[in-house]
Design a protein around this ligand. Structure first.
Ligand SMILES: C[S@@+](CC[C@H](N)C(=O)[O-])C[C@H]1O[C@@H](n2cnc3c(N)ncnc32)[C@H](O)[C@@H]1O
Length: 299
C-alpha cells in the first residue's frame, strides 16, 4: 500500500507550538537518550526526519555533542535553522538515501517519522549503514494500542483507520530492525502529556496539529471539529485524555547473536528481544474513556 504523502510545508508554522517539549518531557527524554542511546559530549547523533529540530536542539544543548538533523521539508528545516542553534548541522534529504559516509554516527534518532518513509526497509538499511559499530538507533513511535487511546479518533473516526494502516505496529518495526541487522535492546513505554485543557485541545485541532488530520476529507475534518467544539462547550477535558503513551524502541548495530550484556540484564527498563517478552502497552486506565456514543454524533 503506498504511504500517504503529507506536505509538511503546512505544518512548519505551528509545529513547535502544538508539539512543545515542556520541561518535564525534556527531562524524561534526556534521561532516556542518555541511558539507552549512550549520549555524552563525545557523541555524534543523527536526527532522521528532524523536522523543526525539537529533539536535535534539545540533544545538542543537553549533551553538548555533535548533532546533524536531516529532513526533506525545506519549510520544517527553515524553522529549525531559525532557532540559530550553532551546535546542529541541518541537511535536506530523505532517510532512504542519506548523504553521509558509512559508520559516521554513534546514534540515530527517528522520532514520529517512520510512517512517512516511502521505503521503510531502505531507510532502516541506511540508518544501519551510517551508524558506527555498536551505535544505537532510537525510535519514538506509537503502537496501535497506544494510538487507539488518543482522543482525536473519537471525533475523526476514519483518521484511526488511516493511522493504523500507515503506522507499522511495534512488532512489525522490531522485525524490520532485526531484518536490517539491528539487535533489539530496549522497548520502553513512556506516558506523556498531550493536552493541557479542552481549550488547548481545540486550538490544536484547529491548527490540524496531527498530520492525519490533513489526510481525511475536509468534510470529515469540519464535522469532527464542530462536534468537538460543541462537546467541550459543556465538558472538561477528562484527565485520562490529556495523556498518551508512546514507545521508545532501541536497537544496536552489533552482533545479532550476542546475548544481552550484564548491564542490560540487570536493568529493569530493558526488555531484551531475546527473552521474547511481549510489547508493553499503556498502563490500564482508571476509567474507560468516553465511549463514542457519549459524543453528540449525528451518525
Ligand atoms: C511528525 S514530524 C517529526 C519531526 C521530528 N522528528 C519531531 O519529532 O519533532 C515528521 C517529519 O518527517 C519528515 N519526513 C517525511 N518523509 C521523510 C523521509 N522520507 N525521510 C526523512 N524524513 C521524512 C517530515 O518532513 C517531517 O518533518
Amino acid at each position: 500500500m503506498p504511504i500517504p504523502q503529507v506536505d509538511y510545508a503546512g505544518f512548519a508554522e505551528t509545529f513547535d507550538k502544538t508539539r512543545s517539549l515542556a520541561e518535564a518531557k525534556q527531562i524524561l527524554w534526556r534521561r532516556l537518550f542518555e541511558k539507552h542511546l549512550g549520549l555524552n559530549a563525545a557523541s555524534r547523533l543523527l536526527d532522521v526526519g528532524c523536522g523543526t529540530g525539537r529533539f536535535s536542539t534539545l540533544i545538542a544543548q543537553q549533551f553538548k555533542c555533535a548533532v546533524v538533523g536531516i529532513d526533506p521539508s525545506a519549510s520544517m528545516l527553515a524553522k529549525a535553522k531559525a532557532k540559530c542553534y550553532n551546535g546542529v548541522e541541518w541537511t535536506i534529504g530523505r532517510a532512504e538515501a542519506m548523504p553521509f559516509a558509512d559508520g559516521v554516527f554513534d546514534a540515530c534518532l527517528a522520532s514520529q517519522v517512520i510512517h512517512h518513509f516511502q521505503d521503510q526497509r531502505r531507510a532502516f538499511a541506511e540508518m544501519y549503514r551510517v551508524l558506527a559499530w555498536e551505535g544505537r538507533l532510537g525510535i519514538r513511535h506509537s503502537s496501535h494500542a497506544q494510538l487507539e487511546t488518543i482522543l482525536d479518533y473519537r471525533f475523526f473516526p476514519s483518521a484511526l483507520q488511516i493511522d493504523l494502516e500507515r503506522l507499522p505496529d511495534i512488532g512489525v518495526l522490531k522485525d524490520l530492525m532485526h531484518t536490517c541487522g539491528f539487535r533489539l535492546v530496549t522497548e520502553h513505554v513512556v506516558c506523556q502529556q498531550l493536552f493541557e485543557s479542552a481549550d488547548d485541545y481545540l486550538a490544536k485541532l484547529r491548527s490540524k496539529y496531527a498530520s492525519v488530520l490533513s489526510l481525511i476529507s475536509k468534510e470529515e475534518y469540519q464535522k469532527g471539529l464542530n462536534e468537538a467544539e460543541a462537546y467541550f462547550e459543556t465538558q472538561q477535558l477528562h484527565k485520562d485524555d490529556k495523556y498518551a503513551c508512546i514507545t521508545f524502541l532501541v536497537g544496536a548495530k552489533t552482533d545479532d547473536q550476542a546475548p544481552p550484556s550484564q548491564q542490560e540484564i540487570n536493568d529493569p527498563d530493558v526488555f531484551s528481544i531475546t527473552s521474547n517478552r511481549t510489547t508493553a502497552n499503556c498502563p490500564s486506565r482508571s476509567h474507560k474513556p468516553h465511549p463514542r456514543s457519549s459524543f453528540p454524533r449525528s451518525g
